[in-house]
Design a protein around this ligand. Structure first.
Ligand code: AMP
Ligand code: MN
Ligand code: MN
Ligand code: MN
Length: 309
């Protein structure tokens, strides 16, 4: 028999093409953070960890920015990992803060760039408002403290204010900071500066990207409310939602799969990894169940990514 010139190594073959179902897929993580937003690893360090963890297809999804993508791309190329340009965009729907992951196989566009710039501005205004509100619970100089905690000039986020509350001795730990002051509906959860859901989905469509509802189970919505949210999202041009985000119970995931299937949404998966040493790592995702939900990489626009081109 003649020797094949094609790779027969299992690992290499697997790294080229993704399966057409979500069930038991490995090596894929489409929700990861770096120091370009509130993650603790640089894009390079993140790519190294993804490689060490056997990831083959990843998306860097920093909050409201594409800043880390180029650095991550270079390092991922070095490791032979397929990287999707992406970002996790902040918006609001019916007064609830939502996160929409933009998967961008064609990169950005003018409208999306302008949208990202407006989100940076919104973050600045929001930071001032959060600092102002946290003064009342005993955090002095909140803006400067949060900036120190961030350790760079990147836009501030609620985790920086949580760290400021801890270092100022207002609360014992980050968890308590969110529970008391920064979590959904608390005084530091300032949503008014974020654009509407439909606006953000419009920017993503303009860049020929795919809009994905991030962690749909983490907004404290009833199933009925989630139905309404998905309908509004689809009406705006949204096409996918995360079926699994980090750890999820099988029952909840099963029900979410039914809901995505009902709405005809593609399913994505991601760890929402921010830093090592916690419960999550790149690729830490509860196993997706058998379902009719199509993986987001089966979307015609992501064919190149799924096939490793
Ligand atoms: P922001 O984008 O500024 O609104 O901050 C949102 C980020 O805060 C999330 O992406 C998480 O990284 C973090 N976060 C949200 N809720 C919690 C929580 N309960 N405990 C710890 N971190 C949280
Ligand atoms: Mn975050
Ligand atoms: Mn999020
Ligand atoms: Mn995230």
């Amino acid at each position: 028999m003649p020797m094949s010139v094609f790779p027969t190594d299992d690992r290499e073959t697997r790294s080229l093409t993704l399966p057409e179902t979500l069930e038991s897929v490995r090596g894929v993580d489409l929700h990861l953070h770096s120091t370009s937003s509130d993650g603790k690893l640089s894009p390079t360090e993140l790519a190294d960890l993804c490689h060490a963890r056997g990831m083959t297809h990843v998306a860097l999804t920093d909050h409201d920015t594409l800043d880390g993508v180029e650095e991550a791309r270079q390092r991922c190329r070095h490791h032979g990992i397929h990287l999707m340009a992406a970002a996790e965009l902040s918006c609001q729907w019916r007064g609830i803060a939502l996160h929409i992951v933009a998967l961008l196989p064609h990169g950005t566009s003018r409208a999306l760039d302008a949208g990202l710039a407006s989100l940076v501005h919104a973050r600045e205004l929001r930071s001032r408002e959060i600092a102002h509100r946290l003064e009342k619970v005993g955090l002095d100089d909140g803006l400067a403290r949060a900036r120190r905690e961030a350790g760079s000039e990147r836009p501030l986020g609620r985790p920086d204010f949580a760290a400021a509350l801890v270092s100022a001795g207002v609360v014992p730990d980050i968890k308590t900071a969110f529970k008391r002051y920064l979590g959904a509906g608390k005084r530091g959860d300032v949503r008014m500066h974020w654009p509407e859901l439909a606006t953000v989905v419009g920017w993503i469509r303009d860049a020929q990207g795919i809009a994905v509802v991030a962690h749909p189970l983490r907004y404290g919505m009833t199933r009925r409310k989630r139905d309404l949210m998905f309908s509004a999202f689809i009406e705006a041009g949204g096409e996918a939602a995360e079926l699994v985000s980090g750890y999820q119970s099988p029952d909840t995931t099963h029900d979410l799969a039914r809901q995505l299937d009902f709405h005809g949404l593609y399913g994505s998966i991601g760890s929402d990894f921010h830093y090592p040493g916690g419960a999550l790592s790149p690729g830490t995702i509860s196993p997706p169940p058998r379902s009719h939900v199509k993986p987001v990489w089966c979307h015609p626009s992501l064919r190149g990514f799924a096939c490793g081109e």
